[in-house]
Design a protein around this ligand. Structure first.
Ligand code: NAG
Length: 181
């Protein structure tokens, strides 16, 4: 896009849209695949997301809203990594996962697979505690992310410094029917 001289404002919007799709598709996979729900996958996802963030920083795109679209995925990855045992853990999880729906949090906790035999599965009682704490949240009971969301596009007006009356239209474009007024 840079090579084609695309307006920087449009580039930002395209990047944000793409990051949303990456985050939504990845989170949906995580929510549907047990093999994605472990401490080590959480770590891999955090690492991979940090690479994406670094790319944004590299391209000076940190402020285009793209990073924010990854927030649900980041929180799900963190959820895989934090302790899930005591009431304090439950409280921490509830305040950390504010970009995830209750259905998503519960699903991740249910799918969570311990890395080794020394770690326990998340207890039913713990999941109940979470559900009780989040009962008063006003939210849609959404499990999967809508991967078809399209952000509105705005085309900035950037006046060209070229004077239109001086433009020569190349004959090869076959635009002979155009007349200058
Ligand atoms: C992280 O990214 C690598 C490629 O860089 C990929 O092979 C791997 O599957 C990703 N991990 C997860 C959990 O998505």
């Amino acid at each position: 896009m840079c090579q084609h001289g695309t307006d920087p404002e449009l580039i930002k919007q395209v990047v944000k849209q793409q990051f949303y799709i990456i985050g939504a598709v990845t989170l949906n996979n995580l929510l549907l695949r047990k093999d994605m729900c472990s401490w080590s996958k959480g770590m891999q996802i955090r690492y991979n997301v940090s690479q994406l963030e670094e790319w944004l920083r590299d391209k000076s795109l940190m402020m285009c809203g793209a990073k924010e679209t990854l927030e649900p995925l980041i929180q799900a990855a963190q959820l895989l990594q934090v302790k899930k045992k005591t009431d304090e853990d439950a409280e921490a999880i509830c305040s950390m996962c504010n970009s995830l729906s209750t259905a998503q949090i519960v699903k991740v906790l249910n799918l969570y697979t311990p890395v080794n035999e020394f770690e326990e599965r998340v207890s039913v009682a713990f999941i109940r505690t979470i559900q009780t704490r989040l009962r008063d949240r006003s939210e849609t009971p959404q499990l999967l992310m809508d991967t078809k969301v399209i952000y509105p596009v705005t085309f900035p007006f950037n006046p060209s410094s070229l004077a239109l009356e001086t433009i020569q239209i190349p004959g090869s474009l076959n635009l002979g029917f155009l007349t200058r007024v």
